[in-house]
Design a protein around this ligand. Structure first.
Ligand code: GTP
Ligand code: MG
Length: 457
């Protein structure tokens, strides 16, 4: 394998930057560009040395750096690895990388270090996805899920399932190949085993939604009529004047999307244009975008200025119509600007609203946050202190395909056809599980997976 090199820290001014080398000539490269000696290259050690640009006549000191040495197979990639911790700054790290490239290494592709760790069986594919999740995680719960995936908790479950199916396949093949020596495989035993595996798969599949929330965030749309206080609520929740707030109806046109960390749950808030009949071209486009945001949201906060509600029957009908337009959506109807009502006003006790709030006095803002938190997904809270992993969409798709194949194999066995036919779908199911862990790797999987990584990982 060629020796690869990359800057693994993010560019810009910083105290320290790290350049990583991996491959069979990593040690050669570092000797060519520093004053480290063979004796000093002790596996698992670090040395403070000079990085030197060596030309025919002169040796030019570039920086004093800490050189970490890992010997194959005891490294992240399973190969000889050198890490150079130099002083930060984009010029310096680029210069040292250039020296590595001029002295025998080539630039690593995105995710290539992790890909090598996978190919050298240091990690499985689901663990590689765990690393990717960890890098992109936005909250402690996303991070905890990523760490569980990286530790191989999902990979182990899948491997156990796959091994059991492989054993079953071997037993079936023995019955087919040696009918005189091996008894026919009992249908009941076969269907029972597959049914249990299907139940296990369904159990894992239940974490798909929480996996989506942990990776992409729980999507909350702030919608309602113009001037209801949507942008003000966005600013209140973010504790930041992110959106423009005015008393002019129709202020917000484009969707404003912002993320927040709600006690560990990543939440994506979308402030939308107020929905009303309008002749204004730009506002009309904004309103269409609002409807799309509602369609894509996990929860819609429908805001209504409580002071404007005078006809309750009409209001109820409007809300009913709204819910019918988005039948599968979850709405929380919120009465806003409650601070402008006097305490005797009957709207205050109105059961027409799920919640009444004030951005001005912060009334019920904490309650609203708790509501969103509890709604996000009750299972999420157990991620941090368990070995559970919430799966991603690739893993979910493969599990669904596996389940389908198992169901077909079950059908084949039940219908009384020959054992040969049972094995076709069983083999397909095993292959899908193998794709989750990378035991059945294709070029396509590798390319898709590692193109999402950054250079240096
Ligand atoms: N008294 C009071 N005024 C509020 C409250 N929330 C918002 N407002 C005022 O209501 C007006 C409209 O607020 P926005 O947040 O811009 O309303 P919006 O729903 O985003 O309006 P559009 O973007 O036009 O759809 C502003 O003048 C705000 O200061 C509140 O809780 N109490
Ligand atoms: Mg607005």
């Amino acid at each position: 394998m060629e020796t690869i090199a990359a800057i693994v820290t993010s560019p810009g001014t910083a105290a320290v930057s790290i350049i990583r080398l991996s491959g069979s000539i990593s040690h050669e490269v570092i000797k060519r560009i520093s004053n480290i000696s063979d004796e000093e290259l002790i596996p698992g050690s670090f040395k403070l040395k000079w990085i030197i640009e060596k030309t025919e006549n002169i040796e030019n000191k570039i920086d004093q750096a800490l050189i970490l040495n890992f010997k194959a197979p005891k490294s992240f990639t399973g190969e000889d690895v050198i890490e150079i911790q130099c002083h930060g700054g984009s010029w310096l790290s680029k210069k040292i990388l250039e020296l590595c490239l001029e002295n025998g290494a080539r630039l690593a592709k995105p995710g290539e270090f992790t890909e090598r760790a996978l190919l050298n069986k240091k990690i499985d594919l689901s663990q590689a996805e765990g690393i990717l999740d960890l890098i992109h995680s936005r909250t402690e719960l996303s991070g905890a899920n990523a760490v569980n995936l990286y530790q191989g908790f999902l990979g182990q479950k899948i491997k156990t399932m796959r091994d059991a199916l492989l054993k079953l396949l071997a037993e079936l093949i023995a019955c087919i190949d040696f009918p005189d020596e091996v008894d026919e495989y009992p249908v009941k035993k076969f269907t029972e085993k597959l049914s249990f595996t299907i139940l296990d798969i369904e159990d894992i599949l239940r974490s798909e939604k929480s996996g989506q929330i942990l990776r992409e965030g729980f999507k909350v749309a702030l919608a309602g009529k113009p001037n209801a206080g949507k942008s003000s609520l966005l600013n209140t929740l973010l504790k930041n004047d992110r959106a423009i707030v005015t008393d002019i109806a129709g202020t917000t046109r484009d969707i404003i999307e912002e993320s927040m960390n709600l006690n560990g749950i990543p939440v994506v808030l979308s402030d939308t244009a107020g929905i009303r009949d309008s002749d204004d071209t730009v506002e009309k486009i904004g309103i269409e975008l609002s409807k799309k945001a509602i369609q894509g949201a996990d929860l819609i906060l429908w805001l209504e200025d409580i002071n404007n509600v005078t006809d309750y029957d009409n209001f109820k009908n409007e809300i009913e119509e709204l819910k019918q337009s988005f039948p599968d959506k979850d709405f929380l109807v919120i009465g806003t600007k409650v601070d402008l009502l006097d305490e005797t006003n009957e709207n205050l006790n109105s059961s027409n609203f799920n919640l009444v709030i004030s951005n001005e006095t912060q009334l019920n803002i904490e309650e609203l946050k708790n509501y969103i938190y509890n709604k996000a997904n009750p299972e999420l809270k157990s991620v941090a202190d368990s070995c559970n992993v919430s799966i991603n969409s690739r893993q979910a798709d493969l599990l669904r395909q596996c389940k389908e194949s198992l169901a077909k194999a079950l059908e084949a066995a039940d219908s009384g056809i020959a054992h040969d036919f049972w094995t076709i779908d069983l083999k397909a199911a095993i292959a899908r599980l193998g794709e989750i862990t990378g035991d059945d790797l294709t070029e396509e999987i590798l390319d898709n997976m590692f193109s999402q990584f950054c250079i240096g990982k």
